[in-house]
Write a protein that binds this ligand. Structure first.
Ligand code: GDP
Length: 304
């Protein structure tokens, strides 16, 4: 069974690990968000692709939820002491990856190719593809001004309310090689329990990707990032309340009009009416077993 997952780097990466655990090697292709990417200290960082890579390779720091286990921070501390930027946290082990990727990009290797090489070296059996090799950057419009994504998220601790999200470069971006082919060959298309505005929005803002999903011949199933009317982590609940008018399953479906056939929601989020079929499940991924159980339910509902 060939499965394509659209994903961010948090809830998305953990759901990807669940799928990776129940599917056969090579059956899963993850299309990762690049709207969060940034250049810091001269290094190209792709936070969502890295979270996917670290999670699927078993290298992620499980407690922190991002970056590598056993990380140290000497390079960043030194950079800060020398007057460099240190607001965006990159650890020593993490920097090793950023150095290799940045050099490859400067040598003209596309992001998709570098990502594939890195995933191969880490022994990841699922395929991780950036949504695009082109420059696509998320910007957040707030009452305090418009900020590049990481300046708002990390720099300002995502405190400001969000009025709108912009995807700079999306209109001209082309899908990375392999993305449209994977969508065309998929037996099921899945949207991870990721932030609809910040993680999935930038992917489906790339028109050929949106059109491929709109014209799908197979079922597309999303998993809600809400549990009990709130996001499990991060600002999705607040953003849905302010921009969609509420944080219920129906408001999640409003973000995916024309893109999904079913929404898997948590049992604590029962909602009477929604424009697509709602499927109840335990969606809190508290451990690896819960990730795999959720993956099984979602795969089943994508075929049944
Ligand atoms: P980011 O790139 O780090 O923002 O990661 P994602 O967008 O992929 O993931 C963030 C979203 O994952 C948040 O909106 C959370 O509510 C959601 N999330 C995190 N853990 C879980 C979980 O166990 N279950 C569900 N349903 N959603 C989760």
């Amino acid at each position: 069974m060939k499965v394509v997952l659209l994903s961010g780097g948090g809830g998305g990466a953990r759901f990807a690990r669940g799928l990776d655990g129940v599917l056969a090697p090579g059956e899963l292709t993850v299309i990762g968000n690049v709207g969060d990417d940034l250049e810091i200290l001269g290094l190209h960082v792709s936070p969502d692709l890295d979270s996917l890579l670290y999670t699927l390779a078993g290298l992620i720091d499980l407690e922190r939820g991002w970056g590598r286990a056993g990380e140290t921070w000497n390079a960043l501390e030194s950079a800060g002491a020398w007057g460099g930027e240190s607001w965006f946290r990159v650890g020593d082990l993490d920097i090793g990856l950023h150095l290799v990727r940045t050099q490859a990009l400067r040598d003209g290797v596309p992001l998709s190719e570098v990502t594939e090489q890195l995933a191969g070296r880490a022994g990841v059996q699922s395929r991780i593809l950036p949504a695009t090799d082109d420059r696509l950057r998320t910007k957040v419009v707030t009452p305090a001004g418009t900020f590049p994504f990481q300046e708002w998220y990390v720099g300002r601790g995502h405190r400001d309310d969000v009025d709108a999200v912009e995807y700079d470069g999306a209109a001209d971006a082309t899908p990375a090689p392999g993305v449209l082919a994977a969508l065309a060959a998929a037996d099921a298309i899945l949207i991870a329990p990721s932030n609809p505005y910040l993680s999935i929005g930038p992917i489906v803002a790339i028109q050929p990707i949106r059109q491929a999903i709109e014209r799908r011949g197979v079922r597309c199933v999303a998993v809600s990032p809400l549990v009990g009317g709130a996001a499990v982590t991060g600002p999705a609940g607040r953003m849905l309340s302010r921009m969609a008018g509420g944080a219920t399953p129906r408001h999640v479906t409003d973000c995916y009009v024309g893109l999904i056939d079913r929404l898997v929601i948590d049992e604590s989020d029962f909602a009477a009416e929604a424009p697509v079929e709602l499927v109840m499940a335990k969606t809190l991924m508290s451990d690896h077993e819960a990730e795999r159980r959720l993956a099984d339910v979602v795969l089943e509902t994508s075929c049944a």
